[in-house]
Design a protein around this ligand. Structure first.
Ligand code: FE2
Length: 219
């Protein structure tokens, strides 16, 4: 039986090298497209959940806006000011319109604005804030880089609501923080991807530190 030479080794008469490449691309294209269709779609993993902890407000404070550095008429100047911003998306990557993000954290000295934490919080720090996402699903807070207290590494508590539904409760950590590796909740995250999803850098910016925290939820 005559041996059939491989296509790539067969010169195509009258075609330059570049045109032969173009012809091969056209022949190969259907199989490339089939391969692309056979691949699974990019899977987005929901942001890992973490415990709410004991210091969610007993009642929502009078001042509960996006700016934790101003509480009523008081201005907070302690700690390292930062902008915390990000997006709330569903697992298909679409912004979750109407989602409300809540954050709460202790002040620079490690005190929560909560009766269960001794009532020692700095009254100028608004320890809880809420922000509704914009049309692109974006939210923004002004607050401080979180600090450690007790056995906990620095963290900010985060909750996402959509109307009456609670979509997510979790905690945000600081990338590069040495105490993370000793924190029982950070260590409880199942794998490197889960830790990476909740651990973000706080980088210098023109207006203090800045951190970007993407929230992916089943909406
Ligand atoms: Fe906490």
């Amino acid at each position: 039986m005559a041996r059939i030479p491989p296509i790539a080794a067969t010169p195509l008469p009258g075609l330059s090298l570049s045109r032969r490449k173009a012809v091969f691309a056209l022949i190969a294209a259907p199989s490339i497209l089939t391969h692309a269709r056979a691949q699974a779609p990019v899977s987005r993993r929901a942001t890992p959940t973490q415990t709410e902890g004991p210091f969610y407000p007993v009642s929502i404070p009078r001042d509960a806006d996006f700016d934790l550095l101003r509480n009523g008429g008081l201005t907070y100047t302690r700690g390292q000011a930062c902008t915390l911003e990000g997006s709330v998306s569903d697992l298909a990557g679409r912004p979750v319109r109407g989602a409300m993000v809540e954050i709460w954290q202790c002040d620079h000295a490690g005190h929560y604005d909560h009766p269960g934490d001794g009532g020692n919080t700095d009254k100028s720090f608004q320890g809880f804030g809420r922000a509704t996402v914009d049309a692109q699903g974006r939210y923004r807070f002004r607050t401080i880089r979180p600090v450690a207290y007790g056995s906990r590494t620095p963290h900010i508590h985060v909750k996402v609501r959509l109307g009456a539904r609670e979509l997510l409760t979790t905690q945000l950590y600081v990338a590069g923080e040495p105490l993370n590796a000793r924190d029982f909740l950070w260590r409880s995250l199942s794998d490197g991807d889960a830790r990476a999803a909740l651990t973000v850098p706080f980088v210098p910016s023109a207006d203090g530190l800045r951190a970007e925290f993407a929230l992916l939820v089943v909406a």
